[in-house]
Design a protein around this ligand. Sequence first.
Ligand code: AMP
Length: 591
Amino acid sequence: MDLSAESFGVAPRRNMGMLEEMPLSLDPEDVIAEFEAMTRDAGRVQIETLKKILEENGRTEYLQRWGLDGRTDPESYKSCVPLVTHEDLEPYINRIVDGDDSSILTGNPITTISLSSGTTRGMPKFVPFNDELMESTMQIYKTSYSFRNREFPIGNGKCLQLIYGSRQFKTKGGLAAGTATTNVYRNPLFKRTMKAMQSPCCSPEEVIFGPDFHQSLYCHLLCGLIQREEVQVISSTFAHSIVHAFRTFEQDWEELCTDIREGVLSSRISVPSVRTAMSKLLKPNPELADLIYNKCQGLSNWYGLIPELFPKTRYIYGIMTGSMEPYLKKLRHYAGELPLLSADYGSSEGWIGVNVNPKLPPEMATFAVLPNIGYFEFIPLRQSLDGLEAKAVGLAEVKAGEEYEVIVTSFAGLYRYRLGDVVKVKGFHNSTPELQFICRRNLLLTINIDKNTEKDLQLAVEAAAKVLAENKLEVVDFTSRVDSSTEPGHYVIFWEISGEASDEVLEECCNCLDESFLDAGYISSRKVKAIGALELRIVKRGTFHKILDHYVGLGAAVSQFKTPRCVGPTNNKVLQILCNNVVKSYSSTAF
Ligand code: AMP
């Protein structure tokens, strides 16, 4: 068998102009066969992939600096090129952004820049984007679609895609810059792939790329409702957008019905291009309006809303793991009996793995690494947390049951780049690892010897939310911070909740949160009062929408939005939004 990188489509440079004209055919069984062959010898494909990346880019300023001298084998690569973070590469990336088109990080000049959502540090960061990233994105989409289609086949129909392009702009050096999802949605290959996957979007492009996301969201819902008989899939990049959309539906449903009844778009849609595009779809349809109206009135607390509105829906699809897990409960409520299928694992920097077991519930979803889309290394987490010198192992050397930090070498100019994510190897698909996403590596909450991650916070919130649930209330969203202005410092958890709760209930929640951080460092510090009492602050309804709006204002994409689960001390604006909206505050008496 030909195991050359080229035979597995290791992102060769192609003429995109020609590619756009080619009809796109997609035979799921062919895609699966290719995936199976490639993953049977994942180690070999990785070596080929690294070779290809280094051959294409070996003459760049960055790689020349490390003295590889034309060598392309993993050992030389690992011994010459250091592990880096985004910060290390920033001076190089900034030069590209400013218009230096010499071979800095890639052999071929970078013409497009992605803005990563940057929720962690409150500021978007720049990463290079190129045709190879676009192609690997489509390879990921097609592979997971092929596996999904075996279990949940769909016919010709539409997909209610709750996606939003963000602003694109030119950098000082004249490069197109936008979020990675925007760069993908704008690429003609995206539309063609969606068509081949029988999932064309219900909404016209003017809605996807509308300048005001509230208006786009309203129109997405309207487009979906008008085409409700054709909708087979409800999707978004991250599940937050789906939950957000149906929470908005709860507020706006009567207005949506009025628009459908009269065939006139609400005056709240003020963007002319969006109005023009929508007017082509919207015709007076009182029967449909009545039908939707009656269905909504017949629901109990909006349970099963999605299948009621879209009766032919086969499943709901989007990233539901990691920081999206807290939205699953609400999503299940809206979905009723419909299956939730968790989407793939990637980042603005590049894709990593595909969900090839779509039947698993999102909490158990894993991602099989595609060995031809990048070169992957893994640092055993214990080493990296203990501050030992990080020693990365290759994809073929990881062990089931172990946790690792992910290192990426891409076709778009990132070499041994610490992505900042922690994953666990759950098993293998042929010889490629199946990863479970655990959390971002950065410790969220730490004051002295305590170490709590995003996952620990999520579990504590889940435990305390049970107390709320007994009172028919839910946590709409949450975040946290360390308050070091008090002596000793303490954790502050911010909650937006779905209604009014009594002081007794919230005091109990606050104590439960404090008791649910099981990290030994935290418990012992609390016992000796080296960490102060945990504080639960309840914020006004809509506060987290304000935070979303703030990030969108900074150029972040709604499609990529992840609520920051910890707000750093320099993230003044978000801290200000939170603090200005606190309505009640409780201090734990648990210790
Ligand atoms: P972005 O800034 O939008 O590029 O976000 C990329 C980050 O989103 C990754 O580094 C992960 O932390 C997170 N992410 C992406 N895909 C998944 C997934 N399937 N499960 C959990 N987290 C994910």
